[in-house]
Every structure is written in structure tokens, then in C-alpha cells.
Design a protein around this ligand. Structure first.
Ligand code: AMP
Length: 411
């Protein structure tokens, strides 16, 4: 199937051609006709499948015929909610690229950055609004957004939205839109809580499921290293020197861990940046830009900060810490090996993470190849280390610099 067969109009086809897309992806093939038919749709698809275009293209086509002259007071007719700022920005960039040959205007609003410029953009009028929930509610409270004319409502990364505790905000926002609108829900996974949310918002939705999580990792060769936890940094340096090349995304579980590894790699002369929740939005964006423009080739991230972000030409993913939720492993390694390329994932497993490996292998239905030839092998009999807390049980250790700064002091 090609894009023409999906009944997309010429300005969209031209923009798609300029992006270099030859054929619709599977999720686009299945979803676009349903959205054009004005159905409610629930889609299970990971980032990397082309899901953003799967909703952006038909939404633009539906709005296209009714577009106002460029300067006329525009009304927000499509609203896309995203859980993270990076993802919101990325969705907006997609809409902007696909609507280049139209008068349709897209803007993005998210927290962690000044609200005033966002108000100015909104006052000029937009057709498509991409938002994170908190900032959108703020702007609505200040009477800066009018959702009375929303015709299509999109909830992206619904599972993450729930994990991040946005459910009440999402429901509130949905109720601020007209009840007659078209509703679209996208989620990497469809656990019960997502289905419940869908049932409360969507009307008789069509279900589109693309690549169940178990088959996602086909283009990724996966390698597992058993290594004592204190030796992980050395193993990482060893692999960076000898094996892992190109653009590398390294995952750590905690913000503290991200900072620590970043310092070590910088000290060893690597070009590194990092993103995590304690960093300002400006710093996070700068890190992404530096990585995308290849000023640095290593990006270290926590899961939430990195979820959904689209980084092209990623050669390797390193799971410095294994995730305790097996689906997270699939999300992480799904960032390499996109669009037919082969990527590699390197996972470090300490004595206390062995049970995670079992869970992950069960989910992906694959045995991950173990690399035994490396300088820091883990003794198979090694027991998980139990850390005994020293000092007061009320005293919290390992605070990040950012959270220390937030603390009020008496002096
Ligand atoms: P997404 O899943 O929306 O994050 O998209 C993943 C990547 O695939 C993005 O970089 C898109 O630009 C790209 N993409 C989307 N649709 C297509 C297509 N039909 N052909 C090739 N690349 C695509």
C-alpha cells in the first residue's frame, strides 16, 4: 500500500515525500482510514512504529478542508495530550513538518518553562495544540485556552500517562472538550488500567494492535553481561573502548546513577550528556539537541526522561541497570534497530538483578545471549548484596544535587 491509497491529499503527500517516507508503516495503514472515517480508535503501538504520523496525518487532512486564512482568529480543533515535554515537542515538530503546505498552525505547551510566550502563541490562535496535562490546565485556569471547539482529542502514551499519575488531569481535560469529539488513544501497552481509561473516554472504539511487545526486538541483537555491581563502570568503559561504537543511549535507574556515570565518562574523555527529571527543561532540551546533532555520542538517561523520544541513528542501547519492569526493557531496546537497521543492546546484570532477566526473557519469549568473555565476570554463586543502612534510619542518603538545592535552609 502507498500513501495515495490512504486517500491523503496532495499537500500532505508532498510533505510526506519530502520527509522521505516511501510507504506507510503498518500502524499507519491500519489507523489512518479509521481516523478519516471519524471513528474513535484505541491503538497499541510502540514509539518507532510511526504512530505519530498515524494520527497526525489524518487529523491534518480532516482539518485541512476547513482551514481558516492564515491571519484569521483560529480555534483549537485538535488537542494532543502527551505525558512528557520531550514527546510533546516531538509530536509538535511532526505536525509542523506534515502541515508545511497548509495554513494549519500547531503549537506546543508544556511545563518547566516560561508560560508567557506560550500565552502569546495561543492568543494568535492555533488549529492544533499539543500539551502536557499540568501546563494545559494552568493555561485553562487563566482563561488562555478554549477547548470548546476541539473536534479530535488524542491521548498519547496513555500507559505512561497513568504511570506518571496524570489520570485525573487527563479526565478533567477531556471533560473540558465537547462530548461529541472524536477520541484517539495511543499506548505502548494495553494493561487493564489503560483499557478502563479508554472505556471512560472512547465511544465504541476500533482496536488497532501493532507488534505485540514480545516481537518488538527483532532487529536488535541482544547481549547480556553478568557482572558484579561495583564493576559495572569498568565494564562500561571496557566496552566503550573496544566494542560499543556510534550513537549510544545508556539507561540508568536513578538520577543519582545518571549523574555519577556521566561524571566518570567525562573524566575518561567521552563526549557525554544526560537527561533526567531533576534537570531543567532547557538543560534537557540542550542535551537532546547536542546528541541529535552529534556533538556528543553518548546520552545517559532515566526511563521516564527518555521514554518516547525519537532519536534517529541510534546504534546501541546500554542497560547499565536492568529495569525491574520487563516491558521497560522492551521500550528501551526498541529505540535501536528501527526502520530495518540492526541495533545492539548491551545489558549489565548484577547478582541482585538476575530475577529481572528471567522476567524479561519470559516476556520477549527469547533467551538473551550471554557474553562470558569479558574481564569482570560475576561469580555464579555470588549472592545479592544487602546494604545495611548506616546512621539514622530517618537520614536519607544519595540525594541528587538538584534536590539538595530545593531544600530550604535555616541560615
Ligand atoms: P514514531 O513512532 O511516531 O515515533 O516514529 C518513529 C520514526 O519513524 C520517526 O522518525 C518518523 O519520522 C519515522 N516515520 C514515520 N512514518 C514513517 C514512514 N511511513 N516511513 C518511514 N519513516 C517513518
Amino acid at each position: 500500500m502507498n500513501f495515495k491509497e490512504l486517500q491523503l491529499n496532495r499537500p500532505l503527500l508532498r510533505a510526506i515525500a519530502e520527509k522521505g517516507y516511501d510507504m506507510p508503516t503498518l500502524v499507519q495503514e491500519k489507523t489512518i482510514p479509521r481516523i478519516l472515517d471519524k471513528e474513535d480508535v484505541m491503538v497499541s503501538a510502540q514509539t518507532g512504529t510511526g504512530k505519530t504520523a498515524a494520527f497526525a496525518l489524518p487529523i491534518l487532512q480532516l482539518l485541512f478542508d476547513k482551514q481558516d486564512a492564515p491571519k484569521k482568529g483560529k480555534k483549537t480543533r485538535a488537542l494532543v495530550l502527551s505525558p512528557t515535554r520531550e514527546l510533546a515537542l516531538q509530536i509538535a515538530q511532526n505536525f509542523q513538518a506534515y502541515s508545511i503546505y497548509s495554513n494549519l498552525r500547531t503549537t506546543v505547551v508544556y511545563g518547566g518553562t516560561s508560560i508567557e510566550p506560550q500565552k502569546d502563541f495561543l492568543r494568535k490562535g492555533v488549529d492544533i495544540l499539543i500539551a502536557t496535562p499540568g501546563r494545559l490546565l494552568d493555561l485553562h485556569k487563566q482563561d488562555e485556552v478554549n477547548l470548546d471547539f476541539v473536534e479530535t482529542f488524542v491521548l498519547d502514551e496513555a500507559d505512561l500517562m497513568l504511570d506518571m499519575g496524570f489520570i485525573d488531569d487527563v479526565k478533567k481535560i477531556e471533560r473540558l472538550c465537547p462530548p461529541s469529539k472524536q477520541n484517539l488513544l495511543f499506548s505502548a501497552t494495553l494493561p487493564h488500567k489503560v483499557k478502563d481509561l479508554a472505556a471512560s473516554i472512547l465511544n465504541d472504539p476500533a482496536l488497532v494492535e501493532v507488534s505485540p511487545t514480545s516481537s518488538v526486538a527483532k532487529n536488535v541483537s541482544q547481549v547480556l553481561f553478568y557482572v558484579p555491581k561495583p564493576k559495572k563502570i569498568e565494564l562500561c568503559l571496557h566496552l566503550l573502548r573496544n566494542t560499543i561504537k556510534g550513537n549510544i543511549l545508556i539507561f540508568r535507574r536513578t538520577k543519582f546513577g545518571v549523574d555519577k556515570l556521566e561524571k566518570t565518562l567525562l573524566k575518561n574523555g567521552y563526549l557525554v550528556d544526560s537527561i533526567h527529571g531533576d534537570k531543567t527543561q532547557a538543560d534537557r532540551q540542550l542535551a537532546m539537541t547536542r546528541f541529535k546533532q552529534k556533538e556528543v555520542n553518548i546520552l545517559i538517561a532515566t526511563d521516564v526522561a527518555a521514554r518516547g523520544i525519537d532519536i534517529k541513528y541510534l546504534d546501541s542501547v546500554v542497560n547499565f541497570d536492568l529495569p525491574n519492569i520487563p516491558e521497560t526493557y522492551v521500550h528501551r531496546i526498541g529505540r535501536t534497530g528501527r526502520a530495518g537497521d540492526i541495533g545492539t543492546s548491551y545489558s549489565f546484570c548484577g547478582a541482585d538483578e538476575k530475577s529481572y532477566v528471567l522476567e524479561i526473557q519470559k516476556l520477549i519469549n527469547t533467551h538473551i545471549t550471554v557474553e562470558e568473555e569479558h574481564p569482570y565476570p560475576l561469580d555464579p554463586k555470588a549472592k545479592p548484596q544487602v546494604h545495611k543502612k548506616k546512621g539514622s534510619k530517618y537520614k536519607k542518603g544519595r540525594k541528587s544535587e538538584a534536590s539538595k538545592k530545593k531544600k530550604k535552609r535555616w541560615y
